[in-house]
Design a protein around this ligand. Structure first.
Ligand SMILES: NC(=O)c1ccc[n+]([C@@H]2O[C@H](COP(=O)([O-])OP(=O)(O)OC[C@H]3O[C@@H](n4cnc5c(N)ncnc54)[C@H](OP(=O)(O)O)[C@@H]3O)[C@@H](O)[C@H]2O)c1
Length: 309
């Protein structure tokens, strides 16, 4: 089977189309014929070796985590899905390999695709929506009347965070680039600030939560925007940010992996239209190398980039 893989950690030049044998389907696993796979920044961070202490030195490694497709085999313990079901899900990052014609994945990392969604839309949900869920619902505890500030409110994670916070009755302010201002307003963000206008949103004062989706907001600055019980939620920890943040119990980390238990709720919200994936570009799998490299270097259309098989 054909997939995008690499033999060494590094930049886009390390990716190539390779052939690999399909792994056996374990008792708790399913094999899915991939119809669409969405590109996340995490995919190229993994390929660059950002998690190499965990992902190790066995090569070749497949790329890609988020996918949607049709179940073609199930393990003996799997009861949640059957052969022929349309599903979406995310592969454990230690294995990856969703940018391929088929993928073997834990059944618990899949959910049935809402019929209202295309394969591309469903594939664009898992990592971004799970991260937004953990940040906004588990960490920020969005509730009616809560004031939440989202830095990077128009990225994949940011846009789902806005939708979840508003659905919970919170008021959402945020910052984004100038090209995204109008879509932020349309999504219900008010007020909308530019990144360069940090002093303006600091003065907005007492937020119940500040969610930095980009890792570009100074942590001290973020804390100054909070009320005394407010929390700062980070999804891009660096040693410096961790050190600064860990001095406070109100600094909270959120990771996509913590959100896997919410995958079925995410499917239900997407099916009802509360979560609305935005596809920027749907490209054929044969263009994968160029499309991933473009997304990585910032040359892309606004919204998720998805590979179609
Ligand atoms: N901790 C975790 O488990 C976890 C999970 C998911 C993501 N993350 C990290 O969180 C960060 C955000 O992830 P994401 O998936 O939301 O990223 P994304 O969709 O690429 O969005 C990031 C930002 O890129 C800008 N952007 C959007 N479209 C663009 C375009 N066409 N060209 C150039 N820039 C564009 C947007 O800012 P403006 O429109 O405002 O310019 C957006 O806020 C990444 O660093 C990712 O690695 C961490």
């Amino acid at each position: 089977m054909k997939r995008v893989q690499y033999d060494r950690y590094g930049g886009p030049e390390k990716m190539y189309f390779g052939e690999c044998d399909m792994p056996e389907v374990g008792d708790n696993e399913v094999r899915v014929s991939v119809k669409a796979a969405a590109i996340n920044p995490f995919d190229w961070k993994l390929r660059r070796g950002a998690m190499k202490l965990i992902t190790g030195r066995r090569f070749p490694k497949g790329m890609g985590t988020d996918f949607a497709g049709i179940v073609e085999a199930t393990g003996s313990n799997v009861g949640s899905v059957s052969v022929g079901d349309e599903v979406f899900g995310t592969v454990d990052f230690k294995k990856s390999g969703a940018f391929g014609e088929a993928v073997v994945v834990e059944a618990s990392h899949t959910a049935k695709k809402p019929p209202q969604l295309s394969f591309a839309e469903a594939a664009s949900l898992p990592i971004a929506a799970m991260t937004a869920w953990v940040a906004i619902i588990d960490r920020a505890q969005a509730r009616p009347g809560a004031r939440i500030f989202i830095n990077g409110c128009c990225g994949a994670v940011g846009a789902f965070a806005v939708q979840l916070a508003l659905a919970r009755g919170a008021q959402v302010a945020g910052a984004c680039g100038s090209a995204s201002r109008e879509s932020a307003r349309t999504a219900g963000v008010a007020p909308v600030f530019g990144y360069s206008n940090a002093q303006a949103y600091t003065r907005q004062g007492t937020y119940d939560a500040v969610f930095d989706t980009l890792g570009t907001l100074d942590v001290g600055h973020g804390f100054s925007m909070l009320n005394p019980r407010g929390v700062f939620v980070d999804i891009n920890p660096t040693p410096t940010r961790l050190l600064r943040g860990m001095l406070s119990r109100r600094y909270k980390l959120a990771f996509a992996t913590m959100g896997i238990r919410h995958l079925h709720e995410i499917a239900a919200l997407a099916g009802s239209g509360t979560l609305r994936p935005a596809i920027g570009l749907e490209a054929p799998f044969t263009d994968a190398l160029a499309v991933i490299a473009d997304a990585e270097t910032g040359r892309r259309s606004s919204g998720k980039t998805v590979l179609a098989f």
